[in-house]
Design a protein around this ligand. Structure first.
Ligand code: ARG
Length: 459
């Protein structure tokens, strides 16, 4: 077992089980690049402020770059018995540089390091997730463009309700994901403050330059309070919230896709490359991807609860409980990336069975509101028109007809306001075309929505 860096105060070596229990390198090892990036900024500042000599500073920076190259190339594997990635890199530096390496940790603490590393790491991840969600939005907008005239039923309570188009339906998701993009940007902005220089908790007596390190690392400014600097994990919670919402949107969409590819709906057919079969039932083609996304949503929400519960009872400043933040937020980040990456090609290759959508739309009396509106436009109060139309629907059900096939005599028997033009008014294409209000399903309104979405993507 390796000697611990803090061994001076102790008379015994750490117990192996405790070391394994305590160690976080298995999951914080992925931040090695960011740890080195932070250390280079710190060493630069130490040299510039005269806290260590310029030569030592340059040698440390060189040594760190060498370690980075060796980890990148696989020449230097991470030692699983190391306490964490911060200790591992510092120990390696000292191994390589001797006493000079030991100077790097002047006026900083691991609490500093871990706080800065997660921020740097998550900043990169957010950028990647942002690009992925943006790609999803672009994909959905293109699909919506192609389905501005594809009639389908809109639902409430999963009962056929009113006519919309598939394009209109897709655009609803576009706006959800656009809000997700906004949230990611927001989190990035708020978390982009630099904790480095907070020390263990109470700053330092050295004359450091926190503005310089913040700037070198691309942060907006140093965090103003050192206790908050080392103990704030709000940004993990916020990011996980944003990720949970992305998953929630993906999950609702997935649920619809699962229904749509059932024989009961058959609105879509998944591409063979994005579906799976059964080990026993030869006829099966299962939407596993979407089910997994729905399932993983619970897991990402679980990560959020882990983070909130971890934080809620912690006294200031750093506590080891905080080490638990990484597995949770990394799991959330990893799973969101996986889900969005898989969802995009799945949705863009699925076949939309327009005919089936149209047929289902024709069988749910989804033009009943339009029939009532027809009477209203001829002067009848809406509540009376609503009642008459309800009666007509009941007659249709009894006679196994639709509003389109119900004879004009039956209409006229209810009120003389009905004329032959009622058939045009309740025609599904008319119903959609006439729904021109802002945000509505008419092709015109959907084009307007597409324009708004495209504009939002530009910023
Ligand atoms: N591995 C630790 C973590 O992830 C690093 C900080 C350790 N600090 C300490 N004082 N033990 O939180």
């Amino acid at each position: 077992m390796a000697d611990m860096m803090w061994a001076g105060r102790f008379s015994k070596k750490i117990d192996d089980t405790v070391n394994a229990f305590n160690s976080s390198i298995a999951f914080d090892g992925r931040m090695y690049r960011h740890d080195i990036q932070g250390s280079i900024a710190h060493a630069t500042m130490l040299g510039d402020c005269g806290i260590i000599t310029k030569e030592d500073s340059l040698q440390i920076i060189d040594g760190l770059k060498g370690i980075l190259a060796d980890i990148d190339s696989g020449k230097l594997p991470l030692d699983p018995s190391a306490e964490d990635i911060h200790m591992f890199i510092e120990a390696e530096l000292t191994k390589r540089l001797g006493d000079v390496g030991k100077r790097l940790h002047t006026s900083r603490s691991r609490n500093d390091q871990v706080a800065v590393d997660i921020r740097l790491y998550l900043r990169d991840e957010i950028e990647e997730i942002y690009a992925l969600v943006k790609k999803l939005v672009v994909t959905l907008i293109d699909m919506a463009e192609n389905h501005k005239e594809t009639i389908m039923s809109g639902y409430t309570h999963l009962q056929r309700a009113q006519p919309i188009t598939f394009g209109h339906h897709l655009m609803a998701y576009v706006f959800m994901f656009l809000r997700d993009l906004d949230r990611l940007k927001d989190v990035s902005k708020r978390m982009n403050y630099c904790p480095l220089g907070s020390g263990a908790l109470a700053g330092t007596t050295y004359r450091t330059n926190r503005k310089q390190t913040a700037e070198l690392l691309g942060f907006t400014a140093p965090m103003p309070n050192s206790l908050d600097g080392v103990s704030d994990r709000d940004f993990c919670v916020e990011l996980n919230c944003a990720l949970s919402l992305i998953m929630t949107h993906l999950s609702r969409f997935s649920e619809e896709i699962i229904m749509w590819c059932s024989w009961e709906f058959k609105f879509i057919e998944l591409d063979d490359a994005f579906a799976t079969g059964s080990s026993i039932m030869p006829q099966k083609k299962n939407p596993d991807i979407t089910e997994l996304i729905r399932g993983k949503t619970g897991r990402v929400n679980g990560d959020l609860v882990t983070l909130l519960s971890m934080l809620k009872g912690l006294p200031l400043a750093y506590n080891k409980d905080m080490q638990e933040d990484k597995e949770a937020i990394f799991d959330a980040v990893d799973n969101v990336k996986l889900c969005v990456k898989t969802f995009i090609p799945m949705i863009s290759t699925m076949k939309v069975l327009k005919e089936n959508m149209r047929n289902a739309a024709a069988r749910g009396f989804i033009n009943a509101t339009d029939c009532a509106d027809y009477l209203v436009k001829k002067g009848m109060p809406f509540r009376d028109a609503y009642k008459i139309t309800g009666t007509l629907v009941a007659q249709c059900i009894e006679k196994n007809l639709t509003l389109e096939t119900l004879p004009i005599e039956d209409y006229k028997a209810m009120t003389e306001l009905f004329d032959n033009d009622v058939y045009d008014a309740i025609n599904l294409e008319t119903c959609v075309r006439e729904r021109k209000s802002e945000g509505a399903p008419s092709p015109e309104s959907v084009t307007e929505q597409i324009n708004i979405a495209r504009k939002a993507l530009e910023v």
